[in-house]
Write a protein that binds this ligand. Structure first.
Ligand SMILES: Cc1ncc(C[n+]2csc(CCOP(=O)(O)OP(=O)(O)O)c2C)c(N)n1
Ligand code: SF4
Ligand SMILES: [Mg+2]
Length: 311
């Protein structure tokens, strides 16, 4: 494949700092899309605000760069209006789990057919290194100069508990695994979430004893455990570890399909109601002056059967 086929070349070069992991995630998404054979005009990529949320600006799909934390709300509206589109949402750890935390849990609960890729760099990159809901305890942030006190969210655990259909995690070091997980998420019917651990050398690494990008990648390698191996380890052994792979893959009712069924049920019952009223009016007008009520019944095809007259 040629990556340039999927990029808006007039928007290059990227704004991301040297050593930022975001470009690796972008390329993994493009490889997954290329393998799926999706047409560019059937894809919508939606983001909020942040370094990671700049991604849609570079891809040659339908793209929407929305407000901070609200990408999932916009994406839900797009998918509801045009269910045939493939809607991919790109978010940072702050965008998805701080200001957008409510949208995240309710989109998971609703299980609507969207794919969310969360770029987790443990920090608010774009605005200068404020700590986020995923910053590890004790880490430096510009708003935690003496070390962050707040315990961090397990993004995948949150998505799983709230009801998402597919939940997976990887790192930019595991780039081959990453595009497979993203492809799995894009194929899945229902809400799918892939959390990707990605280095922000500018605001996280150099303030947190990982002076170079190589140190940050080494940290990823040393602290990653596959889901298969994690299943054999005691929970204490997994403290502070990044568990990678497919963590949840389950079939659950999908919101748009359920919504379409609801519309159909409502349409049928209102049609039956209209037909019943017409029948009642014609029976009353045709010499059934004492008619008190008419009991209507429908058959298995929801067609009216001969009514019972109550005089
Ligand atoms: C309503 C609102 N509040 C705050 C901001 C400022 N702001 C922009 S991006 C951002 C945080 C970005 O962090 P994250 O989502 O982790 O993305 P990253 O830059 O790390 O990729 C904040 C607080 C904003 N743009 N809008
Ligand atoms: S500030 Fe961090 S997240 Fe933003 S582009 Fe630079 S390295 Fe990447
Ligand atoms: Mg971030």
């Amino acid at each position: 494949m040629n990556y340039l086929d999927y990029l808006r070349q007039n928007k290059l070069p990227l704004i991301w700092c040297t050593g930022c992991g975001n470009g690796i995630i972008l390329k993994a998404m493009l490889r997954a899309i290329d393998r799926l054979g999706w047409r560019k005009d059937e894809i919508v990529m939606v983001s909020g605000i942040g370094c990671s949320s700049r991604t849609p600006g570079y891809v040659d799909f339908n793209t929407v760069h929305t407000t901070h934390g609200r990408a999932l709300a916009f994406a839900t509206g797009i998918k509801m209006a045009k269910p045939e589109l493939k809607v991919i949402v790109v978010s940072g750890d702050g965008d998805a789990t701080a200001i957008g935390g409510n949208h995240f849990i309710h989109t998971s609960r609703r299980n609507i057919d969207l794919t969310l890729i969360i770029f987790n760099n443990y920090i608010y990159g774009m605005t200068g290194g404020q700590y986020s809901p995923t910053t590890p305890v004790g880490s430096w942030g510009s708003t935690a100069p003496y070390g962050n006190l707040e315990r961090s969210f397990d993004i995948c655990g949150l998505a799983q508990a709230a009801g998402a259909s597919y939940v997976a995690r990887s790192t930019v070091y595991h780039a081959v695994q990453l595009d497979k997980l993203i492809e799995g998420a894009m194929r899945k019917k229902g809400f799918s979430v892939v959390e990707v651990m990605t280095p922000c050398p500018t605001y996280y690494g150099r303030h947190n004893n990982q002076k170079t990008v190589i140190d940050m990648i080494k940290w990823q390698i040393d602290n990653t455990v596959s889901a298969a191996k994690a299943a054999r380890l005691a929970p204490e052994m997994l403290q502070g570890k990044i568990v990678t792979g497919v963590l949840v893959d389950r079939d659950k009712p999908e919101y748009i399909e359920e919504y379409q069924k609801l519309i159909e049920r409502t349409r049928v019952s209102s049609e039956v109601g209209n037909q019943s009223q017409k029948k009642f009016d014609s029976l009353s007008a045709n010499g059934n002056g004492n008619l008190a009520a008419v009991e209507f019944h429908t058959d298995q095809e929801n067609q009216l059967v001969e009514p019972t007259l109550i005089l």
